[in-house]
Design a protein around this ligand. Sequence first.
Ligand SMILES: [Zn+2]
Length: 460
Amino acid sequence: MATSILIRNALRVAAFDDAGAELADADVLIEGNRIKALGPNLKSQAPADCREISAEGMVCLPGFVNCHHHLFQTLTRAVPRVQNAELFEWLTNLYEIWRGINPELVHTAALVGLGELLLTGCTTSTDHLYLFPRASDGTLIDAEIQAAVELGMRFHPTRGCMSRGKSHGGLRPDDIVQTHEEIIADCERLIAKYHNPAPDAMVKIALAPCAPFTVEEKTMVELAALARHHKLRLHTHMAETLDEERYCAEMYNMRPVEWAEKIGWLGDDVWWAHVVHINDDEIKQLAETKTGVSHCPSSNMRLGSGIAPMVKMVKAGVPVGLGVDGSSSNDTGDLWGEARNAMLLQRVLGGAAAIDARTCLRLGCRGGAELLGYNNIGRIVPGALADVILIDVNKIGFAGALHDPVAALLFCGDSHIVDYSIINGEVVVERGKLARVKEEQIVESANKAAAALVKKAGLS
Ligand SMILES: [Zn+2]
C-alpha cells in the first residue's frame, strides 16, 4: 500500500478553497491520508517510493459528498408498477417489496449503490435506512457499513426509523415499523459500535427518523436529545410534497417547518432532505438557524414533487448540499449527474443566469461536507483529508470544450464515470473501475436479488 501519491500535471486542479483557486498544469501531493501540497512540479518534495498518477488531460477536484440516499432501494429501480406514481402511491406499493429486505440484500444493495456513487465522483456518502422488517435480524446498517468498508468509501449512515404503521394512521405495513423503545435501543447500539468522532473517521453515525408522517412526535423529540447528547447530527425528510404539507396540517395543525421548530428540529446540527415546499419566511428561519438542506433534483423531477427554491436558499445563507435520494426515485446514484441536474433545474425556475456550473460543483463537494459536519474534506488544501477525484476530459464528450474544462464537467460529457478516486489517501477507483471489488460479481448478485425480491411481492 502506497503511503504517498503524487498526482502529476493535471490539466486543472479546482481546489474549491476559500479563494476558489484553479491551477493549470499542477500536481497534488498526498502523504498518508492528507493532502500535503498542490502546485507546479512537486516531484522534488515527494518521497522516493511515492506512487505517481499521470493526470495529463484530467481535472482534479475534491471528492463529492452525497447528502441523501436510501441504498436498499438500489434493488428496486425502475419497478414497472411505480414508474409513473407520485410519492404516497409510490411508497405504498414499494413497501410491499421492501418488507422482504434482510442484511444480505442490504449488503448487496449497498455495494451497488455505493459503487455507483464512487464511480460518479462521490467519496463520502450518507445513507438513510429507515425500514427494519420484523422478519430480519435488524442488523441492516451493520451490513451497509460492511459494504462501505469493502469499497473503501467514507461513510456517514443515519439510523432511520418508522413507528407509525397502518394500524396507527401511517402508510406502512405494521411489520416494518418498530416501537419507540426498540428504535432508541438500536440507535444506542449503533453509536457505541460504529460512531467514530475523530476528524478523519471513515464511519460516523447520525440519527434520522424517516419523515414527519412516519414517527410519533415523542420519538422525534427523544432522538434529537440523544443525538445532541452524543454530538451527532440529525436528518430527516422535510417539506418534500404537498401531500406531506396537508398531512402536517391535519395531524398537527401546523406547517412542516413550524412543527420542526416546535420539536427542536432546527439547528446547525440538522440537515433535511428535499425542502421543496417552503416559503420565504421559512427560508429565512433555516438561514438564521443554519439548518441544512440536501437538494435532490432528480428525485424531485422523477416523482413530480416540484422544484425546490435552491438558489433562493443558497442566497439567503441556508447551508445546501446535493443528494441523489434513494435509487427507486432517481433511479440512479449518479452524484456528478445530480450536480448537472441541479444546475439545469434551477435554470427552469430562474432563467439561464440563475446558477453557474462552479456553484453547483461547489455545492456537490464543499457544500455537502459542511452539511455532514466535516471541515476537512470537500476542498483541496494542504492539511485536508486526501479525498480527491480525477476526470479525464480528453474524451469525445468534452471535445471542443477545453477553454473551460471545469465548467465543461457539468455542461458536457457523455458519461459521468470518474477515472480515479482517492479516499483517505487510497486509490479506490482506478481507470474508471472499482479497485477493490469485482464489479461484474456485484452486478450479477444484485440482478438476482432484485428479481427475486420483486417477484416475491408480485410487483414485477
Ligand atoms: Zn429520501
